[in-house]
Design a protein around this ligand. Structure first.
Ligand code: TYD
Ligand code: MG
Length: 455
């Protein structure tokens, strides 16, 4: 076999160079050369392998039969929920998350459950030895597990094993440890990660095996981390949560076979991850009496409402006050503080402002705005919001309060958990009153501040 030559191509202009240079000789961009494999002898190096979708003649959309994908449930309900019902033959899943959050644990549990349902499973480990995987399995109570394990980091041998063993599901833990002998760059570099993932994705489609790749979120985020792979795979799942608390969320941020933003909730226990089927109240901290700087909101990502406590601390700052947020967008916080000052006359210019979503949840939806503003106002004034209080709604730059999607569902969940007072956008106020919940419908930020002053 002729060994493919490597060369370096510019990610800006596409120009190539035989050796690595700091500056692209064609367009002059700095640091833009990335190693790639050159095609040898003019042959298509992917020839003989099926493309991502099988080739077919051109035909009108209406004549193409729409068949749903057959899914195999993993048996872990919370994982199935984010996958859109289960794994799909030939589907490629990327599971990202911080080191130590539970990726290997969850996938080993899933493989064992799949094996018990009669699927052929393979766990390829590049980070740990077979003995370490066995130790984890013992801890999980899976001593007798018949999941096949392969300790391997070379792509070519992995592909050969996949072809020889023909598993139904294979886990690659992790993609950053895989390297191809064709490239000279180190495992974990952008070139290696991208090249290896592309080959594995093709193998998934040709062999009809479901491949789950683990990807660590690196400090630099985008570089060599799971982000460079998101467009290649069918499903992207991210683990979130605070490693100090036991709760973990698995969120689908891309899914060609199901809904995005669906979340699965797990608790890390002595014996692995357990699904939490009724998670709505786990992100509330338990205060005996209301405290200043705390406001509860209902977030609705995916299909389930979750009650999350937003905390704020406003404290006199130095010459350049800090604005920090955990679990919430920092730019949005700066914007909200400006709106609060301009439209409601509440000034925090000389104060440090810290906000936090309790329990390590990340809230991406703007419906958190009202709760953030109320927690800040409450902390600034040193006055708690009343017991059983909650708020949600988006706040715009003009000071208007905009509705959140599916407001009724959020309010019903809050009422079910015993909340009694809510400040909501006017358009979210239900026509029929909800039992046990007194509502204040608002459409401007000034009104919100007025309402809480009277409570
Ligand atoms: P792990 O799955 O190794 O994380 P990742 O693959 O994402 O890096 O999980 C590691 C953490 O989980 C580790 O700190 C120990 C904890 N853990 C438990 O609490 N209970 C268990 O049963 C197992 C297996 C791990
Ligand atoms: Mg791991």
């Amino acid at each position: 076999m002729v060994k493919d030559k490597t060369l370096f191509s510019c990610s800006d202009c596409g120009g190539t160079s035989a050796k690595w240079l700091g500056k692209c000789p064609h367009c002059g961009a700095w640091n833009s050369l990335v190693e790639t494999v050159a095609e040898s002898g003019g042959k298509n190096r992917f020839a003989g392998r099926a493309a991502l979708a099988p080739a077919s003649p051109v035909m009108p959309l209406s004549r193409i039969e729409a068949s749903d994908f057959e899914r195999t449930p993993t048996g872990l309900d919370e994982l199935d929920r984010v996958l859109g019902g289960g794994i799909v033959e030939g589907g490629v899943v990327l599971m990202g998350g911080d080191p130590g959050i539970g990726k290997s644990t969850l996938l080993l549990q899933a493989l064992d459950a799949l094996h018990r349902r009669g699927r052929k499973t393979l766990y390829i480990t590049g980070e740990e030895s077979g003995a370490q995987v066995a130790l984890r399995a013992r801890r999980l109570g899976l001593e007798g597990s018949l999941v096949q394990v392969l300790a391997e980091t070379e792509l070519e041998r992995m592909l050969a094993t996949l072809q020889a063993e023909q598993p139904d599901v294979a886990v690659i833990d992790s993609i950053q440890t895989v390297y191809s002998g064709q490239l000279t760059s180190a495992p974990g570099s952008v070139a290696q990660v991208r090249e290896c993932a592309a080959h594995l994705t093709r193998a998934a489609k040709t062999e009809g095996v479901t491949i789950v790749m683990v990807g660590h979120v690196t400090k630099e985020g985008a570089l060599a981390g799971p982000r460079v792979l998101e467009h290649m795979v069918d499903t992207v799942l991210y683990f979130e949560g605070d490693t100090h608390s036991s709760f973990r969320l698995v969120r689908a941020i891309k899914n060609r076979f199901g809904a995005v933003n669906e979340i699965g909730v797990f608790a890390m226990t002595e014996r692995g991850l357990r699904g939490v089927s009724n998670p709505s109240a786990i992100f509330l901290s338990q205060h005996a009496a209301p405290v200043p700087g705390s406001c509860v909101m209902v977030t609705l990502e995916g299909t389930r409402p979750l009650l999350v406590e937003i905390q704020a601390l406003v404290d006199s700052g130095g010459p350049s006050p800090r604005r920090l947020s955990v679990g919430l967008d920092r730019d949005r916080l700066a914007m909200l503080l400006a709106v609060l000052h301009r439209h409601a006359g509440v000034a925090c210019m000389d104060q440090d402002v810290f906000v936090n979503a309790v329990g390590g949840v990340r809230i991406g939806e703007p419906a958190a705005d009202l709760a953030v503003l109320l927690a800040i106002t409450s902390s600034l004034r040193g006055r708690p919001l009343p017991k059983g209080f909650l708020a949600f709604g988006e706040v715009g730059l003009a000071g208007e309060v905009r509705p959140a999607p599916r407001g009724q569902e959020r309010l019903k969940e809050a009422a079910k958990l015993g909340f009694s007072v809510a400040v909501v956008p006017k358009a979210n106020a239900p026509k029929k009153p909800i039992e046990g919940l007194s509502l204040h419908a608002v459409d401007r930020i000034e009104q919100v501040i007025e309402v809480v002053r009277d409570l």
